[in-house]
Ligand binder design. Structure first.
Ligand SMILES: [Fe+2]
Length: 355
């Protein structure tokens, strides 16, 4: 199975939607969002809307005057006709009037919003003096928020990598198992129609779902034979230990329910809280199925790995009792797709791992 990488915020989508919104708001005929690359000093078009048939072969060219707008730090630039101080190309559409507004984060110019109009009476005075500057301020606020979220994700990923390194040092099998669980969880989340932000949470929680096993002694965690009842009581503490570890990190609090409840059962007979049905968070129901399938198809010191078909039969037999039946049916579809893509050779997938 190929790895599924998803960015938490689709930046290009964000730019496109911002521009669409502004074009609609001001009834413009075309528009652009342009950002200044502070390293190269170049202006880069990040979103462009014009009623042209654009095959992408003709580059968008910014003329020098536009760079001057950035350099001179004007509040609003209004131009009649295409030049001066504006794009040399709007495709086949030549707007009669253009308005350009700087985008700033604090006092720093980060780019430009440019709108083009065919009609002379395109903007009211109020639009130029207050609404457009306010709109540009709103965009830059969103940009700042977007940037902060990316920084948070990057910090979380570093933290997850550190925790996983710790786990790998203690039990390499649990570490590898978590990576494969994350891959299946993401595919299940996509099948369930979850949004990209939730999928990212799901991926992070899956990578950390067994991190609480750090708090379980090696004698129990690596025991080659079946566990005693007393040892099982200790193992069953790992969701709470894991939740306590990540719950201390503000930006990871949303992952806590997914880690804490990944051993709940659909019939309410799981642990640690005995939650039932849809009272179990969706992400935890997803991880539960991905975790079980991955564990079954991995070999253990005390048993061989189940084949894909054997594991699917067990999942189906536990649908509605241990697992959310919808998750099981989606998992079966995912595994069928995987089999179609890879053929029967992947059926006897054998890992050495722990669940
Ligand atoms: Fe677990």
């Amino acid at each position: 199975m190929s790895r599924t990488h998803i960015n938490i915020l689709p930046v290009q989508e964000f730019f496109d939607k911002c521009l669409d919104f502004l074009i609609d708001m001001f009834d413009a005929d075309c528009g652009m969002l342009i950002f200044l690359d502070h390293i190269t000093g170049n202006l880069v078009v990040r979103a462009l809307r014009a009623d042209i048939e654009d095959d992408g072969s003709c580059p968008v060219v910014l003329d020098n005057s536009m760079a001057n707008i950035v350099a001179e730090d004007v509040e609003t630039y209004l131009a009649e006709g295409v030049a001066p101080g504006f794009l040399t190309r709007w495709g086949s559409l030549i707007p009669l009037f253009n308005v350009t507004v700087p985008l700033k984060v604090g006092e720093q110019m980060v780019g430009l919003l440019a709108l083009g109009f065919r009609e002379e009476s395109f903007l009211a005075e109020e639009d130029l003096t207050s609404i457009l500057p306010a709109a540009s301020g709103y965009i830059t606020l969103l940009l700042k928020h977007c940037q902060l979220q990316h920084e948070t994700v990057a910090r979380n990923l570093k933290f997850i990598q550190s925790l996983n390194k710790l786990m790998e040092a203690k039990d390499r099998c649990t570490h590898e198992h978590s990576i494969r669980v994350a891959e299946y969880s993401v595919l299940l989340g996509l099948r369930a129609g979850c949004d990209k932000v939730f999928i990212e949470h799901l991926r992070q929680a899956s990578l950390l779902h067994d991190i609480g096993k750090i708090g379980v002694s090696d004698g129990i965690l690596l025991k080659p034979t079946s566990l005693t009842d007393e040892e099982m009581i200790v193992v069953k503490k790992h969701p709470q230990i894991g939740a306590d570890i990540i719950g201390n990190v503000e930006s990871m609090k949303l992952l806590v329910p997914l880690v804490l409840y990944h051993h709940e059962r659909y019939d309410g007979k799981g642990y640690p809280a005995g939650l039932k049905g849809e009272k179990i968070p969706l992400g935890a129901r997803i991880i539960s199925v991905a975790d079980a399938y991955e564990a079954m198809t991995s070999c253990r010191p005390y048993r061989d790995a189940y084949t894909r078909e054997e594991a699917i039969q067990i999942l189906k037999s536990c649908a509605g009792t241990q697992f959310d039946p919808k998750m099981v049916s989606w998992m079966v579809e995912i595994l069928a797709d995987e089999k179609d893509a890879k053929g029967d050779s992947s059926m006897e997938k054998v890992h050495s791992g722990s669940g």
